[in-house]
Structure formats: C-alpha cells, structure tokens
Write a protein that binds this ligand. Structure first.
Ligand SMILES: [Zn+2]
Ligand SMILES: [Zn+2]
Length: 280
C-alpha cells in the first residue's frame, strides 16, 4: 500500500457538456469539493439522441452519459469530465407510474476512472390529448410549474410540431398558427429537455449530491475517489438456527483503482422471519 496523497480536486476543472442548462443543477453539490466547473456547448448532445424522437438513441443511458463526460473533457482540455443522461420508463410499476432515472458519470482522463451516480423517482408529467382550450387549461393548472410543452397535432406524425412552449399563451399561439380549431384533438406532450422539466431538475440535483458523496469517499489504501458500496452479499445467519438467510450479510465497499475492498457488516443475525428453515 502506498502512502500516496489523495488527489485534491481544489482548482481542478470539471467540464460539463450541455446545451440544456444543467450546470446550475450540479454546481451547488460539486463546487464545494473544489472543482472549477466549466460549461461547454461545443457539441450538440442532441446528436446522440433526443427525447422527442428526431434522433434515435443508440447508446444505453450509461454509455451516453460516459460518452458525454469524455467529450466534455476532450473539448475543453479539462482533466475531469461530467456527463448527464436522463431516461424515462422503467421504475417499479412500468406503464402505471411514469419514472425518470438520471445518471451522472464523472470521468478522470488521467486515470480512466469512472464514477457513476444515479437518482430516480416518479414524475407526474405525461402526454395528454385535449380538444378545447378549457381542457388545455385544466391540464396546465395540474402540471408542475415551469414545465414546458410540445404539441402533436397529427397523431400519425412521427414528431411533435412545436417544442419548448412555456405558457398557455405560447401553446395557443402555436395552435392558431397551425390552423387548429376547437374540437379537434391535439396531444400535449411534456418537453423533457432538462431546462424545461422541473421534475428532472430535481433528480439531476439529487444525482449530483450522490456523486459528491461518492467522490468524497476516499479509498483507505490508495486515496482514489469513490470508495463506495459497489455490491452486497446475502446470507446473514438466522438468529434462531444460524442457517444462511436472504438478508444482507455484507455490503462491499470497493476501490475501482486499486481493488482494495472492505466488507461492512451492520447486523450480526437475521430475523427468523426471513429464514428458509424457520419460516419456509
Ligand atoms: Zn484504492
Ligand atoms: Zn432459522
């Protein structure tokens, strides 16, 4: 084990690639670690895929976030890059509950280390058809404040016609411009780009706090960041008969840089209720 000093982040540039105003969402969590946060807009991340479907996503959210982190560092010459990617769907009740997962990937160009942080949760926004301005008004009054919208006038169209509509007045102007008449069905779709979606913003902030916590967990052996829990092992012995149960025995903190690991055991014995012998 080396007595190497942990790398300090004080004054180090951490670059974020976005045209969707994500910097303020991550800055308050990451700036206190010493990073000098730098925004780059030098690459249009929409080329990697859009929520509204003009450009299909070909990478997994994790691949996309890592790709953006590497691009951010490359475009700015920063040592550290940060990539953000959100995805909708999944969650505990797919189809019933709208779910957003926000990933942040931090990348160190010198060591190749990647740190992945995640926050996810339910969102209320969804596509809703309407036929009158009164029903449009009802939808908007129930939506989160600050959410922007897109319109899809023709349900056979592959893409929405208008994006980034911020108010009822904006939507009405778009409807008028399109020749829409009251009684005709139109679909109102949430604009999921981060600057237009307050529910995503909340999860991006949470992911940034999670990332900050992971970066501060230093490996006791080599000092690298992110000595966090990476896996767990089940098999905590039953309090009554000592049979291995499905309860967690250890959580494993592991360093991705040197491989050092530590098994954290918080419980000694498991409730017989989760024992396959005592409570089959
Ligand atoms: Zn280590
Ligand atoms: Zn038992």
């Amino acid at each position: 084990l080396s007595a190497q000093q942990p790398p300090s982040f004080a004054g180090a540039t951490l670059a974020l690639l976005t045209r969707h105003q994500k910097l303020p969402l991550v800055a308050s969590a990451l700036a206190p670690l010493g990073f000098n946060l730098q925004l780059t807009e030098a690459f249009d991340t929409d080329q990697l895929g859009t929520f509204s479907g003009e450009i299909a996503r070909t990478q997994t959210p994790l691949q996309a976030a890592l790709h953006k982190a590497k691009l951010a560092a490359e475009l700015t010459g920063a040592r550290y890059g940060l990539g953000s990617e959100g995805s909708f769907g999944g969650g505990p009740l797919p189809g019933l509950l709208n779910w957003d997962q926000e990933l942040l990937v931090w990348f160190d160009t010198q060591t190749g280390q990647q740190v992945v942080a995640e926050a996810s949760g339910a969102v209320s926004i969804r596509a809703q058809p309407f036929t009158t301005l009164a029903s449009l008004h009802d939808i908007l009054t129930q939506a989160p404040s600050g959410q922007a919208w897109m319109l899809q006038l023709d349900t056979t169209a592959k893409q929405p016609m208008y994006k980034g509509l911020q108010s009822q007045a904006d939507i009405e102007a778009a409807l008028t411009g399109s020749g829409w008449q009251s009684g005709q069905s139109v679909t109102l779709l949430p604009d999921l780009r981060a600057m237009h979606c307050p529910e995503r913003q909340q999860y991006i902030r949470q992911a940034a706090m999670q990332l900050a916590a992971q970066l501060q967990q230093r490996c006791p052996a080599c000092g690298a960041a992110d000595f966090s829990v990476k896996s767990q092992q089940r098999g905590l012995p039953c309090a009554s008969c000592l049979t291995a149960t499905t309860a967690v025995l250890w959580r494993v903190q592991r360093c991705d840089c040197c491989g050092h690991q530590l098994n954290l055991r918080t419980e000694q014995l498991a409730d017989p209720a989760c024992c396959p012998q005592c409570n089959p």
